[in-house]
Design a protein around this ligand. Structure first.
Ligand code: NDP
Ligand code: OXD
Length: 310
């Protein structure tokens, strides 16, 4: 029985080495696979793989996302019915995301865009001192990534609130949930951080209605998925000054087209979906363990709920 790996050519050798180092008995194949489809028992994959192709494998027992997000795996036609999907939850993935969030919260909180503009103009001018205790941070999504970023921001002294689908209690974080908690969170967010999964319920959630609920002069950080943001509405909110800035790690589509106004927008900071990159060596233990569990018919770790969409 064999495992099929499907990702960018530049990353595949690292995945092979990480999995083989943990379990040399694993038979690993690269996509596209020309052998007997009945050999494949698990597919470990990232974006760009035709999901209909997964139906070729009659003995498929497990699909593993090479990232924390699974929107690429649940989009129509979705995974073959009855095959469990696992995602990644990993300390290095979480640490890197929190670093990206802290970097960009502090960038806006400490007026870095203004100071860079002043430097370009050779202007030596002190701006009013920012007050951490009064800069309210709102985090959409209090899962593996959102909860860690929330705790780290709270430890720095920011008042932090968050929003999840189900009720939640996290020390030192004002927790909101459900559709009714959304507006309450936005109204009190000077910096809004999106760390939601992309699902039918969250696609386009950051539109003009959401932006208009934010206090004037608020900032947006999005490291979740480009599909959360209605780009036209974001540009309008930035151009009107209602939003003072945005840090975007994700866009729709990716890569961001060369003619997108986001590239040169003076209030936008871009990174190329690099906030938190999966390190195969770090996640290999959970992938190998899940392959073992799938073979044994045991419960899968970090199992995705296909109905909730994450
Ligand atoms: P989790 O599944 O651990 O957390 C998701 C959170 O979102 C949960 O708190 C969940 O609520 C909440 N949520 C989901 N749907 C809704 C909804 N309809 N209304 C309110 N809250 C909702 O995911 P992770 O924290 O691990 O990852 C989040 C996303 O970050 C990924 O899906 C991926 O898209 C993105 N990502 C981006 C990376 C990058 O480099 N840019 C890297 C890694 C991930 P509840 O707690 O009630 O379930
Ligand atoms: C992920 C990502 O979902 O890299 O892990 O976006």
């Amino acid at each position: 029985m064999a495992i099929l790996l499907s990702t960018r050519a530049a990353a595949i050798a690292e995945w092979e080495a990480a999995l083989a180092a943990l379990d040399p008995s694993l038979v690993l194949h690269r996509h596209p696979f020309a052998g007997d489809p009945a050999e494949i028992e698990a597919v470990v994959m990232w974006t760009g793989h035709d999901l209909a192709e997964l139906r070729r494998y009659p003995k498929l027992k497990l699909i593993v996302s090479m990232g924390a997000g699974v929107d690429h795996l649940l989009a129509p036609p979705g995974p073959p019915p009855g095959v469990p999907v696992a995602r990644l939850v990993d300390t290095r993935l979480t640490q890197a995301m929190s670093e990206w969030v802290l970097l960009n919260v502090l960038r806006f909180h400490r007026q870095d865009p203004e100071y860079r503009a002043q430097q370009a103009a050779r202007l030596w001018h002190e701006l009013p001192a920012p007050d951490t205790a009064r800069r309210r941070i709102g985090i959409l999504g209090l899962g593996a990534l959102g909860a860690d970023a929330a705790a780290k921001l709270a430890a720095l002294g920011f008042p932090v609130a968050g929003w999840s689908r189900r009720p939640k209690s996290l020390p030192g974080i004002a927790c909101h949930h459900g559709p009714e908690g959304f507006a309450a969170l936005l109204r009190t967010s000077d910096i809004l951080v999106c760390l939601l999964p992309l699902t039918p319920a969250t696609r386009g959630i950051l539109d003009w209605r959401a932006f208009s609920l934010l206090p004037r002069g608020a900032f947006l950080l999005n490291a979740a998925r480009g599909g959360h943001v209605v780009q036209h509405d974001l540009l309008a909110a930035l151009d009107s000054g209602h939003l003072a800035g945005a840090a975007l790690d994700v866009t729709e589509p990716e890569p961001l087209p060369a003619d997108s106004p986001l590239w040169t927008h003076p209030r936008v900071v871009l990174t190329p979906h690099a906030a938190s990159v999966t390190i195969p060596e770090s996640v290999a233990p959970q992938v190998v363990e899940n392959i073992r569990r799938a073979r044994a018919g045991a419960p899968i770790l970090n199992l995705v709920d296909p109905v909730a969409g994450y």
